[in-house]
Design a protein around this ligand. Structure first.
Ligand code: ATP
Ligand code: MG
Length: 417
């Protein structure tokens, strides 16, 4: 017996309708804001992520699924969606097209992590990317999109936390202040943070290690180092959210794990479903294209983890859609009536009515039992008499009433349901 790889999950037929509901809700919400879907490959050249995600990030240093293909190219399964969309934006000359470019994606993503509840090696994301607009309205638009999406899923306990991590200029002063603060503590801190100290001290704020967290609690805060432009951008985002009726908290410890963020960063968090409480994370990344060697184009976006959303929906007891059920089950008694049941089912399916018919040569009693199990709304029984009359005995499974319905009137009868 070969088992499923560690950190991956099957979505079984009994669960897939819940996934489809979340995906549908994502698509509908994105399209409310005129975002269009973009599909990029599951794998890319490794170099794209080294540059596009950043070589000091956890993703790049520890988590990528990288391998050589048969042509000796280094290939990586995408660990997130933003880098691939950025590549496509550049490669397809979208900067010269209609701006803002608003795109969304629903993707599998791959990270070699220690699997636990809400943390998988293959997981799925819904994300949006908005290119070309540098103003605070763009930040607010994607945050509002995320908020509407989460509310449509019925989530009530998810909270929005925002922060600004400034631009290169404000960060230079902030990095210097952080280094001064952390230098005397380096020996007590984890090896990762010691490496971050040199390369990207702000990343220390993101460390999950208990020892580091204690020290980080007293560290200088980026909000005190924002330049006037970044400060007024942040103020404007806050005003727009307030006007939109969206509650938020300011959390100065959100710095986001990726190198490309600037100014606004945000997370939607909850404690409803255990330790992995961040269901959605995003922010502005005006320097991403520059980091990839291109002319810069301002951008903002987010990604939400589908598995975590489903966990939180369950934990919050959010209303879940029912699994779809056939409208009508056609039950036949003997060989000729079974044949009629089969052909009627085909006819009604062609007319757009979902039907089932016995494929197991079961007794009439067992057919009823099956129809009940799959939740059929009606069972149309056909036997010798019905064949002669040209009508089926249609039982309404909800109220147990029965009616004779002529074969040629079945479609109309079932459509009213
Ligand atoms: P975390 O701090 O939990 O590791 P992250 O900052 O690495 O999250 P992002 O790169 O921002 O996560 O990804 C966006 C979202 O994707 C997360 O908020 C989360 O909902 C989801 N996500 C990230 N990594 C995983 C994973 N390994 N398994 C399941 N979902 C994940
Ligand atoms: Mg992570």
């Amino acid at each position: 017996m070969i088992n499923i790889p560690k950190g991956t999950k099957d979505v079984l037929p009994s669960q897939s309708h819940l996934w489809q509901f979340v995906e549908e809700t994502a698509r509908k919400t994105a399209e409310l804001f005129s975002f269009k879907e973009i599909r990029t490959p599951v794998f890319e050249h490794t170099e794209l992520f080294l540059r596009g995600v950043g070589d000091t990030t956890d993703i790049v240093t520890k988590e990528m699924y990288t391998f050589l293909d048969k042509g000796n190219r280094s290939i990586t399964l995408k660990p997130e969606g933003t880098a691939g969309v950025a590549r496509s934006f550049i490669e397809n000359g979208m900067a010269g097209g209609v701006l803002p470019a608003k795109m969304y994606y629903l993707i599998p993503a791959f990270r070699y992590e220690r699997p636990q509840a809400g943390r998988l090696r293959e997981f799925h994301q819904f994300g949006v990317e908005l290119y070309g607009a540098s103003g605070a309205q763009a930040d607010a638009e994607v945050i509002i999109l995320a908020d509407i999406f989460l509310k449509k899923l019925g989530l009530k306990q998810v909270k929005l936390q925002i922060n600004s991590i400034g631009c290169k200029e404000c960060r230079a002063a902030y990095h210097a202040a952080l280094k001064e603060y952390f230098r005397p503590h380096l020996e007590e801190m984890c090896p990762d943070c010691n490496a971050r100290f040199e390369k990207n001290p702000m990343r220390i704020i993101d460390c999950k290690d208990e020892r580091c967290r204690k020290i980080t609690a007293g560290a200088p805060r980026i909000l005190d180092y924002l330049c006037p432009d970044c400060a007024s951008h942040f103020d404007e985002v806050k005003t727009l959210l307030t006007e939109a009726g969206i509650a938020y908290e300011i959390n100065p410890s959100i710095v986001r794990g990726l190198d490309y963020y600037s100014r606004t960063v945000f997370e939607f968090v909850t404690s409803a479903a255990g330790a992995q409480g961040t269901v959605c994370g995003g922010g502005r990344y005006d320097s991403l294209l520059e980091q990839m060697g291109e002319k810069s184009v301002p951008a903002v976006g987010f990604a939400a983890g589908m598995e975590r959303l489903l966990m939180v929906m369950e934990a919050e007891n959010a209303p879940m859609p029912p699994m779809s059920a056939p409208t009508c089950y056609f039950a036949g008694m003997d060989a000729p009536s079974r044949q009629k049941a089969f052909s009627l089912a085909t006819e009604l399916r062609k007319a757009g009515i979902s039907c089932e018919v016995d494929l197991m040569n079961r007794s009439i009693k067992a057919q009823f039992k099956y129809a009940d199990k799959v939740g059929a709304n009606y069972v149309a029984v056909i036997g010798g008499n019905e064949l002669l009359e040209g009508a089926a005995q249609v039982k309404n499974m909800k109220d147990s009433t029965s009616e004779k319905v002529k074969f040629e009137e079945l479609a109309q009868y079932l459509f009213k349901d």
